[in-house]
Ligand binder design. Structure first.
Ligand code: URA
Length: 150
C-alpha cells in the first residue's frame, strides 16, 4: 500500500490518486522495479484537494484539522486491506504512520511497526525537477524492491 498526501487537481477531477504529473512519475518508478498499479494499492491521507485561491486554485499542504478529519477513512482502508508493507510518500503520510520521524533520516529504510513494515519515501512531486533527488528516489525504490524480494 502506498500512501500519499492529498489529491491534486487531476486527482480531484477524476477521483483517482496520483494521475497527474506526480502520478506519471510514480508509475515510472514502480515500473523501474518491476511493479505496476495492479500490484499495489495507492491512496492519500487526505481525501479531497486542499486548495487556495480562486478556481482552479493552487494546491496547498493540508492542515492538521483536514488530516484529522480524513483519518477515519484511512483507518477504514487499512482495516479492510491489512497491508503488510506501507510505503509513505512524503512528509504528511510519514507523520501519520511514524510521528516525529524526519524523512531525511528514514527514507528508503524499512521500519517494522508491529505486523506492518513502513517504508518511507520522498514524495515524487517534490523530487520531480531535482536530478539528485530523483536519483535518490530511484535508489529508495530499489530498496523497496529488495525488501519485497526478501
Ligand atoms: N500528490 C499526492 O500526494 N497524492 C496524489 O494523489 C497526487 C499528488
Amino acid at each position: 500500500m502506498l500512501v500519499g498526501e492529498a489529491p491534486g487537481r487531476q486527482e480531484d477531477l477524476t477521483g483517482q490518486p496520483f494521475v497527474g504529473a506526480a502520478g506519471k512519475f510514480l508509475d515510472e518508478l514502480l515500473a523501474s522495479v518491476g511493479l505496476s498499479r495492479s500490484d499495489v494499492y495507492i491512496t492519500n491521507v487526505v481525501k479531497s484537494r486542499p486548495v487556495s485561491g480562486p478556481p482552479p486554485g493552487r494546491n496547498r499542504a493540508p492542515t492538521p484539522a483536514e488530516i484529522a478529519a480524513c483519518v477515519p477513512w484511512l483507518q477504514e482502508q487499512l482495516g479492510i486491506l491489512r497491508p503488510k508493507v506501507i510505503v509513505t510518500l512524503g512528509r504528511v503520510a510519514l507523520d501519520y504512520f511514524l510521528p516525529g520521524r524526519r524523512i531525511a533520516d528514514v527514507h528508503g529504510r524499512s521500519i517494522p511497526q508491529g505486523p506492518v513494515t513502513i517504508l518511507p519515501l520522498y514524495h515524487p512531486a517534490m523530487v520531480l525537477y531535482r536530478r539528485d533527488w530523483v536519483r535518490m528516489l530511484r535508489k529508495d525504490f530499489r530498496n523497496l524492491r529488495r525488501f519485497l524480494d526478501e
